[in-house]
Design a protein around this ligand. Structure first.
Ligand SMILES: *[C@@H]1O[C@H](CO)[C@@H](O)[C@H](O)[C@H]1NC(C)=O
Ligand SMILES: *[C@@H]1O[C@H](CO)[C@@H](O)[C@H](O)[C@H]1NC(C)=O
Ligand SMILES: *[C@@H]1O[C@H](CO)[C@@H](O)[C@H](O)[C@H]1NC(C)=O
Ligand SMILES: *[C@@H]1O[C@H](CO)[C@@H](O)[C@H](O)[C@H]1NC(C)=O
Length: 485
């Protein structure tokens, strides 16, 4: 998910010469992620969780199109007693794993109320593959509307096939984009659920989402103080100066680029470096933001201190250099086979969703952020056109974005029995429902938290604000279940 910088995928070089450095394709660092912060506690091995499939229609809205495909889901019925509550976690732009059903707050609650747990993979991601390939023509079936209709059919399937489930209250859960889906599902199919827990749902479509970088900068200021923010801004300022002075060798070496930096790489280089910093308030815990601040403050914003976090991520994926070559990036995103690198990780598909309907481009349009001004919205529109064709114009996306907000209701979705949860540092919260919508659709902001912290299991080390949020989420869910029964 930290991956909203689009068209940055690069080809994996499968047969590198022995002396050549191991290249890290950008989509490996910025690929769609399951919104669950990196574990700080050991996870138990999932037990008795099975992987199943359900037959779905390719086009849920065309009665004459009878094409079908198999959608994957995990199910955990270890605690289930007929008629007890059912938790359904809708997946987003990533591959499903069994952990969600054995290691999560949702699991902890289900285990105490004889509940069962389901985790439904989103069409076109993981191994839920509705079409033989992801050609431009085939991707037209990749929309939230189709995904919601898949989920509706799935709920009906559970209701009619699991013992006693015709009377079970169903609680929807989601994280980030899939939290938005869960909210939209509750609004569109109110008869198919008892309530929705949405962790970090961005609700409106915004094409030029320049506030994302503002919120990212703010997270560093909140955690590390003005000294951290200023060092970050000074560091990016130095990078801009070196770039403008043509000192490409220094930048190439310091930022471990596989190929020498060139003048036309400005937009990619700066947007990617800024996006690396945005990984922290999304997918890491507050402590990691604090320790990164220590490094850049100690280094007085030197370019080496700015590059430190990048080295960290490159190490994690076992690479030695970063590939940001524009042509290979675009070429990788144009590949349409399921096993091509940018498709396996969901990068091409997610880029399609952004370019066709949603936008959410993390641009440098605002001056109120520390990352400079080299990646304006034009860059993103040009990327959409390079990957999906000339018809993907700014005008087309602007029009589709407005239509999207008309359909889903932006920050005022028509839902009851909903809880909107956001971490204080999560930059997506800017597009979130951060205040109570009504008495039965309330918001919780968790101080000190990043994206999706509330989804994790209960743990004695949870900070008080996180623990209190989990208690309130559980209280609401039990209330919706009572109301349903
Ligand atoms: C898994 O299933 C076995 C056999 O039904 C059962 O004994 C065991 O308790 C289950 N494990 C969990 C974690 O529920
Ligand atoms: C769970 O199921 C057990 C066994 O059927 C039952 O005794 C218990 O009351 C149930 N608990 C809840 C919370 O429904
Ligand atoms: C992609 O799949 C379609 C069928 O949906 C097929 O007609 C087309 O030839 C395929 N494209 C490629 C490049 O294989
Ligand atoms: C929002 O709703 C919660 C739960 O009902 C309540 O505790 C809180 O005071 C409300 N917040 C505001 C600002 O009204």
């Amino acid at each position: 998910m930290g991956k909203l910088l689009i068209f940055v995928a690069t080809l994996t070089i499968a047969f590198a010469a022995p002396l050549e450095k191991t290249k890290v394709p950008f989509f490996k660092l910025l690929a769609p992620r399951d919104p669950f912060p990196t574990d700080i506690y050991p996870r138990p091995i999932p037990q008795n969780i099975s992987l199943e499939t359900i037959e779905q229609r390719l086009d849920n809205f065309d009665p004459s199109n009878l094409a079908v495909w198999e959608q994957r889901y995990y199910v955990n019925t270890n605690y289930y007693e007929p008629g007890s509550p059912i938790f359904l976690f809708l997946a987003g732009e990533w591959t499903i794993t069994p952990y969600r059903l054995s290691y999560s707050l949702m699991h902890d609650i289900a285990s105490e109320i004889n509940g069962s747990l389901y985790y439904l993979e989103h069409r076109y991601y993981g191994e839920s593959r509705p079409t033989p390939n992801v050609s431009d023509a085939n991707l037209r079936f990749l929309t939230p509307e189709q995904a919601l209709a898949d989920a509706a059919h799935f709920v009906n399937f559970i209701r009619t096939s699991a013992p006693g489930a015709e009377n079970s209250p169903i609680i929807l859960v989601g994280g980030h984009y899939s939290a938005s889906l869960a909210v939209w599902f509750r609004a569109r199919y109110p008869h198919l659920s008892a309530g929705v827990w949405a962790s970090s749902a961005p609700l409106p479509s915004v094409v030029d989402f320049d506030q994302f970088k503002v919120a990212t900068g703010a997270a560093f200021r909140t955690v590390g103080g003005d000294s951290c923010y200023n060092a970050l801004e000074a560091g990016f300022g130095r990078m801009h100066e070196l770039f403008d002075a043509g000192e490409f060798d220094i930048l190439t070496e310091t930022f471990h680029l596989c190929d020498p930096l060139e003048p036309e790489d400005a937009a990619h280089f700066f947007s990617l470096m800024a996006e690396i910093y945005a990984i922290l308030p999304q997918f890491e815990f507050e402590e990691f933001i604090a320790s990164t601040c220590d490094v850049i403050v100690d280094g007085e914003g030197s370019i080496e201190s700015i590059a430190y976090i990048l080295e960290n991520f490159i190490d994690v994926v076992g690479g030695q250099c970063l590939d940001i070559d524009y042509d290979s990036i675009i070429d990788a995103e144009r590949q349409t086979e399921w096993d091509s690198p940018a498709v396996v990780v969901g990068y091409r598909q997610w880029t399609y969703q952004l370019c066709s309907q949603i936008g959410w481009f993390h641009t440098s349009g605002s001056p109120d952020q520390p990352f400079g001004d080299r990646f304006p919205a034009d860059l993103y529109h040009a990327g959409c056109q390079a990957v999906f064709g000339e018809s993907f114009t700014e005008a087309r996306l602007t029009s589709n974005s407005a239509r999207f907000n008309t359909i889903y209701g932006g920050l005022e979705p028509d839902v009851s029995n909903a809880v909107f949860v956001y971490g204080q540092h999560d930059p997506w919260s800017v597009l979130g429902r951060r205040t109570n919508l009504s008495d039965d659709a309330t918001a919780i902001i968790i101080q000190g938290a990043t994206l999706g912290n509330d989804l994790g299991p209960r743990h004695p080390d949870n900070p008080p604000a996180l623990r209190d949020a989990k208690i309130e989420i559980e209280r609401l869910i039990l209330e919706w279940i009572d109301e349903f029964n």
